[in-house]
Design a protein around this ligand. Structure first.
Ligand code: FMN
Length: 364
């Protein structure tokens, strides 16, 4: 399928605003869960800039890890606008059901089951998208989680790929069974597990899933511009789009997509001054979650994404590696953008396709 980027009239969706169970969402543009990226500070920033919905990073269903620092940071939703959605992954229905209830007790309003992640450490234990290879187990897990969440009035959603391999594209079968089991929304990333992040996402499978289901269906994969978001929505008929890698270092993409969907016109890229302010706010929020020592180090990847398409980014990224105090990191970021601001008002528009081809996460 080749998506055509001609513009069509702005289209309000017939079922707009969409619902996940009892939760009505403000628009149809979501940020994708990305382990190591979509922590609470980044989710909050994306929501502030127009993402209607965000799923928190995967939290293990292994009880022995629930109290680890990593898991508790991942389950941090302080001040986050709702609905609070938490993703779980695992290999066994009962454990997944327990993990769902545990997360509900800690504030989750929606539970998302991960059947879409190709990460080795997840798939080797037969979780994530590896589950798609065993449909019976996948559905048993969905049923167990739905059953555990129902008494709490918490909807369950499912995120998956198009299938295990090119010969095993079973997203439609799993989606239908999941709907029957009581799942409230399905997201499909248009690649197989076998593909990892190679090649291109295809949207025919997403379209077929949308055509067959009554519950909302979300299209995901390689959406990196407002035009592409509009074309994918149009082609698949999906209720919403979910954006992952293209939003790394570019959280204003959500407002750009919303604006384009509403008006058919493209917003100008943000002012250098605004990006400087957003990044500095992001950094402070990041340090407050991780503490100074870890925060200054884990912030480097975010900074790298913000600056990657900007002049002087290579030297600046190298400079970042030598800074290990929060004050010095923030000052360097401010100086970089001040210097940039002396040459241009707005950051340059990204080249089409650049975002999703350059970013693959370290966990995938
Ligand atoms: C760094 C990284 C981490 C990810 N972690 C998760 C995860 O924890 N759970 C999940 O369902 N998908 C995960 N994904 C997959 C994304 O949610 C999304 O499906 C995928 O990146 C395709 O969308 P995109 O082309 O917009 O990036 C991850 C992707 C990346 C790049």
């Amino acid at each position: 399928m080749c998506l055509v980027f001609q513009h069509f009239a702005p289209f309000p969706h017939p079922e707009f605003p969409m619902q996940i169970g009892p939760y009505a969402l403000a628009n149809r543009v979501f940020v994708a869960p990305m382990a190591g990226v979509t922590d609470r500070p980044f989710r909050q920033l994306c929501k502030r800039l127009g993402a209607a919905y965000a799923v928190s990073e995967m939290v293990t269903s292994r009880k022995d890890l629930w109290d680890s620092l990593k898991t508790s940071r991942r389950a941090n939703h302080a001040g986050e606008p709702g609905p609070i959605a938490v993703q779980i992954a695992g290999t066994e229905g009962e454990m997944m059901a327990q993990a769902a209830v545990y997360n509900i007790a800690r504030g989750a309003q929606i539970i998302d089951i991960n059947m879409g992640c190709p990460a080795k450490k997840v798939c080797n234990r037969w979780a994530g998208s590896a589950l798609m290879q065993d449909e019976a187990l996948a559905i048993a897990i969905v049923q167990a989680v739905v059953k555990a969440c129902a008494p709490h009035g918490v909807p369950v959603t499912l995120k998956m790929r198009t299938g295990w391999s090119a010969q095993g594209k079973n997203a439609l079968a799993i989606a239908l069974a999941a709907e029957q089991a009581g799942v409230a929304m399905v997201t499909v990333h248009g690649r197989t597990r076998e593909q990892g992040y190679k090649g291109f996402a295809e949207y025919d499978t997403v379209r077929a899933v949308k055509a067959a289901l009554r519950i909302p269906v979300v299209a995901n994969g390689d959406i990196d511009t407002p035009q592409k978001a509009a074309a994918v929505l149009d082609y698949t008929g999906a209720d919403a789009v979910m954006v992952g890698r293209a939003a790394q270092g570019r959280p204003w993409l959500f407002r750009e997509i919303n604006h384009y969907l509403a008006t058919g016109t493209q917003l100008a890229p943000p002012l250098v001054e605004e990006v400087r302010r957003l990044l500095v706010e992001h950094l402070h929020d990041h340090y407050s979650l991780y503490g100074d020592y870890t925060g200054v180090r884990s912030a480097r990847k975010h900074i790298g994404w913000y600056v990657q398409a900007l002049p002087g980014s290579e030297a600046f990224r190298r400079q970042m590696l030598g800074l290990d105090e929060t004050g010095a990191q923030v000052a360097a970021v401010q100086a970089f953008f001040d210097q940039l601001g002396a040459h241009m008002d707005r950051i340059p528009a990204p080249q089409q396709g650049a975002a999703t081809t350059q970013h693959t996460g370290e966990t995938v």
